[in-house]
Ligand binder design. Structure first.
Ligand SMILES: Nc1ccn([C@@H]2O[C@H](COP(=O)(O)OP(=O)(O)OP(=O)(O)O)[C@@H](O)[C@H]2O)c(=O)n1
Ligand SMILES: C[C@](O)(CO)[C@H](O)COP(=O)(O)O
Length: 232
């Protein structure tokens, strides 16, 4: 079984809106609904696990969106890390042999190809995450704000989601990593700590994470452009 795990239990503090950003409309449809619709379109995914803050489960149900695939709602934790862990427990309960695609609920522009590639590369390499090349120069910086050097940017990638694994491995990693490191910002770091490298395949600059207000403007523009292109 292949399961999509959508984490959407954050508070959206950097966006600063009253309603958490995952529920804001982008081009007329709530961000989280767009994300779920993208996953619902992928035939080889058999179930969706959605992680939501306890206070927003009813709110989500009130949106009136029901995917065609079975959807299991799980309560969020305080941090993204614990929300993922709660979702992984559910995925393992559904099928201990499953593969899981962990995705931010606030990356609504993810394409079908990116999701399908994640599944294919996980089957081939055991773990995969989509990524993009850096466009700007990258510098290290000291506490005083002065630069301390320039990094070779071709040696780096920006990591997006989905990040894809076999559920039992990444769940076991999650259980063990808290003992050694609670600074992890994503699940590839959990995998690397115990199992080795993750295959980094091509994502897309359009697969942006809606984090701050200008990301919303960009997402609006991309969707408006997609609409124009589809009418041509
Ligand atoms: N306790 C948390 C925190 C985050 N997330 C999810 O993880 C994804 C990426 O997190 P981020 O963009 O940091 O979202 P927020 O935590 O909501 O934002 P902020 O840090 O600005 O408060 C989002 O889909 C968010 O809903 C989650 O499921 N549970
Ligand atoms: C998982 C992630 O989206 C990969 O780029 C990112 O690390 C999430 O970071 P955040 O600080 O929780 O938004």
């Amino acid at each position: 079984m292949v399961i999509g795990l959508i984490v959407s239990g954050g508070k959206g503090l950097r966006m600063g809106t009253e309603v958490p950003k995952q529920f804001l409309p982008v081009h007329g449809v709530p961000i989280l609904v767009r994300t779920l619709m993208a996953f619902d379109e992928v035939d080889s995914l058999e179930a969706l696990v959605l992680v939501l803050g306890r206070d927003f489960i009813e709110y989500f149900n009130g949106l009136g969106y029901t995917p065609a695939k079975p959807l299991y709602i799980v309560e969020a934790g305080e941090e993204r890390f614990s929300s993922v862990r709660n979702g992984l427990e559910k995925a393992y309960e559904l099928d201990p042999e499953s593969a899981v695609l962990i995705h931010d609920g606030v990356r609504p522009l993810v394409s079908k190809k990116i999701i399908e590639d994640g599944i294919a590369y996980t089957r081939k390499y055991g773990a995969a995450a989509c990524s993009v090349a850096l466009k700007d120069t990258v510098k290290s910086v000291g506490k005083d704000g002065f630069s301390t050097g320039t990094l070779e940017r071709n040696n780096y990638r920006l990591i997006q989601t989905p990040q894809c694994f076999f559920t039992k491995e990444i769940l076991s990693g999650h259980k063990r990593i808290q003992e050694i490191d609670n600074q992890v910002t994503d699940d590839t770091a959990v995998y690397e700590a115990f199992y080795g490298s993750v295959y980094l395949y091509e994502g897309s600059y359009e697969n942006l994470k809606v984090t701050t207000p200008e990301d919303l403007l960009l997402a609006e523009a991309i969707l408006a452009n997609r609409e124009i292109e589809s009418c041509k």
